[in-house]
Design a protein around this ligand. Structure first.
Ligand code: NAP
Length: 282
């Protein structure tokens, strides 16, 4: 029997509650080296480090594949370290934008909404994602501790700054808020800390990784893995992945997994499984 994904479970919950919008479908997408790294050593940059070219793990055809995936999603989300390290634009450029998305009024033009997790509002106003926000809707999710002057500087770029959480961004509340805004799918494009946050809270429906033909190493010198954080305490407690497809793209392999909850996973680390609905505050 096919395993229920988080989305299926959420929809079941939703049917029983009747009126709350379903939580968005969450897909983690990343290019990894054969040893599971998503950046080179020194990949995690401090707030004052200058952005530099990210590790190019994707081939040209893989970039097109990722952009086609972006084009199908209502929002693309990254953590602020990825903005600081890579200064990504997070738009659909190597595929036709605006196909099959459900964002409707949530999106401006044909591009997905861009979302940054950024508790302290560290996103530089000059970063591509902020500076281009008048043309492409950008949401910077901050916490209640973000300095007001940085929030104002970001708002001046045209970005929407929303406070979701007291000390750190509460991703469950953020998803719930995005759902109310008509966003039905979110492509999480890292980095490792962000991926961990969504996985540990059992908010991920699908993982798509492009395994690229490189070995990077460098864990001791800050190379970032696909999933960072403190890790799951046991294999049985980690999310259950079921392989949906594996296909070869030149020397890359594209693996797509459905994500179910692990035996001990509940998204809260306390062993109690809770229903997930947009608007529920757990
Ligand atoms: N190969 C790939 O596909 C790929 C894709 C993306 C990124 N990368 C690489 O990944 C590296 C960055 O990864 P990273 O793990 O250092 O950082 P990250 O996931 O990009 O950003 C993490 C930061 O987001 C902020 N944040 C706010 N709320 C959060 C929450 N609830 N949960 C988690 N984070 C939250 C935190 O900073 P505050 O506390 O200041 O808010 C946190 O430190 C870069 O080297 C980049 O090149 C690779």
């Amino acid at each position: 029997m096919a395993r229920l994904t988080r989305r299926d479970k959420n929809n079941n919950n939703n049917n029983s509650s009747g009126n709350r919008p379903a939580m968005p479908r969450v897909i983690i997408s990343a290019a990894v080296s054969v040893d599971g790294k998503i950046s080179l050593a020194g990949g995690r940059r401090g707030p004052r480090s200058r952005a530099r070219a990210p590790a190019r793990l994707s081939s040209e055809s893989d970039v097109s594949r990722v952009h086609r995936l972006r084009a199908k999603c209502d929002a693309i989300l990254v953590g602020v370290n990825t903005v600081l390290s890579d200064d990504p634009l997070l738009t659909v450029r190597h595929a036709r934008a605006g196909r099959k998305r459900g964002g409707g009024a949530a999106a401006t033009g044909s591009q997905p909404v861009r979302v940054v997790l950024d508790s302290m509002a560290r996103t530089p106003p000059a970063s591509k994602v902020a500076a281009t926000s008048p043309g492409t809707r950008t949401i910077i999710a901050v916490s209640g501790t973000a300095p007001e002057r940085r929030i104002l500087a970001l708002r001046r770029t045209g970005a929407e700054v929303v406070t979701v959480g007291r000390k750190a961004v509460d991703v469950r509340r953020l998803l719930s808020r995005l759902a109310k805004d008509g966003i039905r799918s979110v492509l999480v494009e890292g980095g490792g800390t962000t991926n961990w946050e969504f996985l540990r809270r059992s908010l991920v429906d699908e993982i798509v990784v492009a395994v690229s033909p490189y070995v990077l190493g460098g864990g001791l010198r800050g190379a970032v893995s696909l999933v960072e954080g403190s890790g799951f305490p046991s294999v049985s407690g980690s999310p259950k992945l079921s392989l949906r497809s594996a296909r070869r793209l030149g020397d890359h392999v594209i693996l797509s997994y459905d994500v179910g909850a692990g035996d001990g996973g509940n998204g809260n680390g306390d062993g109690i499984r809770r229903p997930r609905r947009a608007g529920s505050r757990t």
